[in-house]
Every structure is written in structure tokens, then in C-alpha cells.
Design a protein around this ligand. Structure first.
Ligand code: NAP
Length: 282
């Protein structure tokens, strides 16, 4: 029987522990940790994600301020807002919801976030430091996946991990995090040849390509650990999980696997940023 890597339940446990940690922080500082979320434009999915992140803050007693900017916002206006949040001592973390409208230089906006407040792990500096093994806030989705591996004692060292997808927020940092933990990592993308052959060699497969049930069960090696980061209408991911989970030694369900870990990691990292700025050791 495969182990279900239950992100929903781990995120719930994390929230209980965080509620207590927020209480201790409030006693010491007289304030609650605060996350600023920035939503630009009117994409309904992005609005839902931002709402979910704000709700998670509220559940653990953290504050969140939601900044909404119109769909015609310029890069300069967005960067100006981020700079103001960087300078605000009551803001501990900044989340800029991806994607932003096309006229905005999203990379420039991400780069404006101060490294101390980059709790979603989106800056080049944060990525570079993480890649070098420095303890910084990792990109929330892959960092959440690493927390799942650790919670379930999934062995990483010496394993062959195949990451399908190389986006700046998911595939690339995922590959680096696994490499830092001594996995042998293959990163695949849309130009990869023989994808199925590479996946057949994998002890750990991370599906992060954004295509519904693209990764087939007969590509999965018996006993592999399967991480499905995809989420599509109808509650399906990037892997044909129904069949693939029968061959796996462990897998993340969709929904209830990776998704809750992303939000949980974001608020955990906001807590850590608040403690760091207040000089509190957790
Ligand atoms: P993205 O920016 O669109 O990147 C997709 C990546 O997959 C790209 O690197 C692309 O390659 C690669 N790819 C596309 N088609 C491929 C193919 N046929 N074979 C191999 N690689 C292929 O997507 P993303 O933001 O990383 O998201 C990926 C998935 O994760 C989506 O389903 C998204 O909804 C999900 N996601 C979930 C969470 C969560 O919290 N659960 C968070 C973020 C994302 P190229 O680089 O060559 O274009």
C-alpha cells in the first residue's frame, strides 16, 4: 500500500503549531505578524488564491493586508507599492500573486521585494542563495513539497529525481532543493526528448508541467515516490494518479497534497520573517 503524502493534514498540524507561535510573538512584541498580499488585475483564480492565503493568516491569528491594483497598473506603480511595503516595519512578508497583467514586467516587480520579506521565495537573490545552500525562504510550493518529504521520512539522498517543469516558482527551485539534499536530479521541460524514458528511471517524480494527467502510469517505475503539483478543473493533477498511485510507494493526492503545503509554507515563512525582524529565536 502506498503512503499518502497528506498535505492537508500536515498543513492543519502546522497551523495549530503556528497559532501558538503567533500567540507567543504577540506577547513579546504587542503585535501580530503581518503578510501583505498584492493582487493586480481581475483574474478570478488569482483572487481565490489570495483570499485563501488571507484566510490561512486569519486562522492562525496573523494579520494580512490585501492590496488590490487595477488591471492597467504599470510596473512603476507596482514597484512603488512594493517599495512602500518594504519600508513598512509592520509588514513582515510580501506576496505578489502570479501572474500579473501582461504590460507589467513581473520579474522587475518580484525583484523589488526585499529579501527579508520575500516569504514566497520569488526573487533571484533568494533563488541564488537557496541554490548555494544558504538558509533563506524557499519558493513556497517546492519548499512545501520538501516539508512533506521530511515529515514522511522520504529518503532523498542518492535517489534519482525527475522534475517535469522548470518554471521559476516551481520546477527550477524544486530541482535545486532536491540537488541540495543529494538527489541526482534530471530536469525536464517542453523540449525534452524521451520524457517517458527519463521518468521510467525515476525514484522520485515531480509533475509540475501544468497539463492534465499528462504523465502516464506506465511511465512510473514500481515503488517510485510521486509528487503531483498540478491542479486542474475536476480535481485532477499533472499525473494519471488513479493508476500511477497503484505502482507508487508514496504519492501526493490531488487535491489535498501539494496545494495546502504551498499556503502553509507561505504563512510559516511569514512567521519566521516576523520573528527574525523582532530578534526572536523560534
Ligand atoms: P508554467 O510556468 O506554465 O511552467 C510549466 C513548465 O512545464 C515549463 O517549464 C514547461 O517547459 C514545462 N512543460 C510544458 N509542457 C511540457 C511537456 N509536454 N513536457 C515536459 N515539460 C513541459 O507552470 P507552473 O507555474 O510551474 O505550474 C505547473 C503546474 O503546477 C500547474 O498545473 C499549476 O497549476 C501547478 N501549481 C500548483 C501550485 C500549488 O500550490 N499546488 C503552485 C504553483 C503551480 P518550458 O520551460 O520549456 O516551457
Amino acid at each position: 500500500m502506498a503512503i499518502i503524502l497528506d498535505g492537508k493534514s500536515l498543513a492543519k498540524n502546522t497551523e495549530s503549531a503556528l497559532s501558538e507561535r503567533v500567540g507567543r510573538f504577540k506577547e513579546k512584541t504587542g503585535r501580530a505578524p503581518q503578510l501583505a498580499t498584492i493582487l493586480v488585475g481581475d483574474d478570478p483564480s488569482s483572487a481565490t488564491y489570495v483570499k485563501m492565503k488571507g484566510n490561512a493568516c486569519a486562522r492562525v491569528g496573523m494579520l494580512s493586508v490585501r492590496i488590490e491594483m487595477g488591471k492597467d497598473t504599470t510596473t512603476e506603480q507596482l514597484v512603488g507599492k512594493i517599495n512602500a511595503l518594504n519600508a513598512d516595519p509592520l509588514i513582515d512578508g510580501i506576496l505578489l500573486q502570479h501572474p500579473v497583467p501582461r504590460q507589467i514586467d513581473e520579474r522587475a516587480a518580484f525583484e523589488a521585494i526585499s529579501i527579508d520579506k520575500d516569504v514566497d521565495g520569488v526573487t533571484c537573490l533568494g533563488f541564488g542563495l537557496m541554490s548555494m545552500g544558504v538558509d533563506v525562504y524557499g519558493s513556497a510550493t517546492p519548499a512545501g513539497i520538501m516539508r512533506l518529504f521530511d515529515h514522511y521520512n522520504i529518503e532523498i539522498e542518492g535517489k534519482h529525481a525527475v522534475v517535469v517543469g522548470r518554471s521559476p516558482i516551481l520546477g527550477k527551485p524544486m530541482a535545486m532543493m532536491l540537488l541540495n539534499r543529494n538527489a541526482t536530479v534530471t530536469t525536464c521541460h517542453s523540449k525534452t526528448r524521451n520524457l517517458s524514458e527519463l521518468i521510467r528511471q525515476a525514484d522520485i517524480v515531480v509533475g509540475a508541467l501544468g497539463k492534465p494527467e499528462f504523465i502516464q502510469s506506465d511511465w512510473i517505475k514500481d515503488g517510485a515516490v510521486i509528487i503531483d503539483a498540478g491542479y486542474h478543473p475536476g480535481g485532477i493533477g499533472d499525473i494519471d494518479l488513479k493508476a500511477a498511485s497503484l505502482k507508487a510507494s508514496a504519492y501526493t493526492p490531488v487535491p489535498g497534497g501539494v496545494g495546502p503545503m504551498t499556503i502553509s509554507t507561505l504563512i510559516l515563512q511569514t512567521m519566521e520573517a516576523a520573528e527574525k525582524s523582532a530578534g526572536i529565536k523560534s
